[in-house]
Design a protein around this ligand. Sequence first.
Ligand code: ATP
Length: 208
Amino acid sequence: MAPAKRQIGLFGGSFDPPHLGHVALVHAALALGLDEVWVIPALPVHRHLSGCADGFTRLGWLQRIFAAEPRVKVVDWEVTRQQPTPAVETLHRFRAEYQGLTPWLLLGADAWAGLESWREYPAHRMLCNVAVFARQGLENVPTHEGWQRVERSDACVTPGHWCFVDVTLPQVSATLVREYAEQGRSLMDWVPAVVCSDIEKNYAVMQE
Ligand code: ATP
């Protein structure tokens, strides 16, 4: 029998800054049975960052956060390019370097809802499957034409499938963390302890 193909989850985001919602989503993805989760901090094409932490700083924080997790890899593909990288390019790179593997793109329900506005959509449907994680406060999870819904994340080797992961993740966003930091509040309940004081320091400045 041919060995089962590795199931790799790709978790991209601004991580501006990383918070406990991101960490919980990675753990929930591993609990689905993925072999690895790759965390990929971005210079996003569709939005502005706060300017409080550059790509390498966010990359470094994520490396510290996941240092003890052998199944989590923090990937510098997007920050080393030093220019905004559409997700579709990262998916093409993955497919070129790991031929035969179809990655699982890991998205919160809000990101999935906006998928059709992504650069070069619907090319993504030929490149990956998507695991959509429930996000508190966002109750309606849309379907997108052409994507086939499945129940289990390990059931597909060809692209174009999506599954909904009905977990309760912490109700936190990077926007909320930035607001609290600006107000001088402790971020202890919202970001991983290992990077908490660094994030408090970087984001305490007044933002635009
Ligand atoms: P911002 O508030 O700046 O928009 P964010 O908290 O949504 O940021 P991102 O780095 O933009 O964080 O998100 C990366 C990915 O993580 C996205 O797919 C997003 O949907 C998902 N995500 C972030 N926080 C949560 C959460 N609390 N629950 C579920 N998914 C989340």
